[in-house]
Design a protein around this ligand. Structure first.
Ligand SMILES: [Zn+2]
Length: 382
């Protein structure tokens, strides 16, 4: 039992991130874990985060949809969680997958505001509409409630049941154009080291700069939400472009391509950070697609694709699936990917800009709870 729960928590871990270009909704973890009516189980359960992530995934009809979780520090020692769950949340905190804060305040709304993300919460946020006008817009605040096949979303205000992303606020866009550095050593959110002194060379930015979360604003000053320290400006943030892969009609995951590093995509690329498609491929596709099939680079704002495979690829100009439109991309050949263009590794396996790819049929995305579909119901009482 414990082993199965660990596997579910591992799957959930793959769906929490504070990368501004990948997160799709913001949650307050302390709130989510106490939605006891979702499964009728223990007072607090980390598995409820998985249920909410699944609901989000079903709504946006994509696999691997990550959420941005704000975590109150008290949660790390919350006795209502199992010791295993507390350990997992601490690991997420150490790895910078979530934001752990002593006083979260309205940080969840601030993040949603800066990034233009929907909020998954049952709170009403009365009186905050002046500061965050989008609170009244359809789909921007959705409350997960029990439904027949897992949680469903309802709106307290603004109507709608489908999460709607807005655009980054002007302040958010400005903050996210720069890299930030926290003076606190080992800061999991904004690099470590403090950027100076004898050990400056050893100061390691664990997080890819393009994936840094949005700073908090205190009296207009960019501040580390974890440490309350004023952040240093560490130069322009590398540009990035969000790509997505669609397999068998369903968008399986998004990934951020940055100016700083090319990205390999294939059955099982050797390099760290490569995008692994193997788990979604059938036998024929697995035989055809090379371990590293294509390489993407972002250069002066242009996405360049290079075939690195044995069998070659194809380009679908403007996303056209008509056979005469398909352009062959031979091994070692490169091409600039125009807006709307898709790279086809194999029939039904396509990669392009995330906004150019939608799931083209009604599929059920994979559940993070797949290892234990009825686990939440069967949990042993503490
Ligand atoms: Zn910090």
């Amino acid at each position: 039992m414990r082993f199965e729960i660990s596997k579910v928590l591992d799957a959930i871990e793959g769906r929490v991130c504070i990368d501004p270009s990948l997160a799709r909704a913001v949650v307050d973890l302390a709130e989510v874990i106490r939605w006891q009516d979702l499964d009728g189980g223990r007072p607090a359960s980390l598995l409820r985060l998985g249920m909410v992530i699944d609901a989000l995934s079903r709504q946006v009809e994509e696999d691997s949809v990550p959420v941005y979780a704000i975590v109150h520090r008290a949660l790390l020692s919350d006795a209502d969680l199992t010791s295993n769950e507390r350990m997992v949340v601490r690991r997420w905190a150490d790895d910078g997958l979530v934001e752990v804060l002593d006083h979260p305040g309205d940080r969840m709304l601030e993040v949603a505001d800066l990034l233009g993300l929907p909020v998954l919460s049952r709170a009403r946020f009365d009186g905050l509409g002046g500061r965050y006008p989008w609170l009244g817009q359809a789909g921007r605040v959705l409350a997960p409630v029990p439904g027949a096949g897992g949680p469903v979303f309802i709106a307290h205000v603004g109507g709608g049941h489908s999460p709607a992303a807005g655009s980054r606020s002007p302040v958010g866009a400005k903050l996210l154009a720069r890299q930030w550095r926290c003076p606190e050593p080992g800061c999991a959110l904004f690099g470590g080291g403090g950027g100076g002194g004898a050990f400056a060379d050893l100061a390691r930015v664990d997080r890819a700069p393009a994936g840094q979360p949005p700073p908090a604003l205190r009296n207009g000053v960019p501040t580390c939400p974890r440490h309350g320290a004023r952040l240093g400006d560490a130069g322009p943030r590398p540009r990035s472009e969000v790509l997505a892969v669609r397999i068998g009609g369903l968008v399986r995951r998004r990934f951020a391509l940055t100016e700083t590093q090319p990205l390999l995509v294939g059955r099982a690329p050797d390099t760290s950070g490569g995008v692994v498609l193997g788990q979604w491929l059938n036998d024929e596709a697995r035989r055809w697609i090379s371990r590293s099939h294509v390489r993407f680079e972002l250069r002066v704002g242009e996405v360049i694709v290079t075939d690195t495979s044995t069998n070659g690829s194809g380009i679908r100009p403007g996303g056209s699936m008509a056979e005469p439109d398909r352009i062959a991309l031979a091994p070692q050949q490169s091409r600039v990917l125009a807006e709307g263009d898709l790279v086809e590794l194999y029939p039904g396996v396509q990669i392009g800009r995330a906004d150019a790819l939608t799931s083209d049929a009604k599929f059920t995305p994979n559940s993070v709870m797949a290892e234990a579909p009825t686990m939440a119901m069967r949990l042993p009482r503490p």
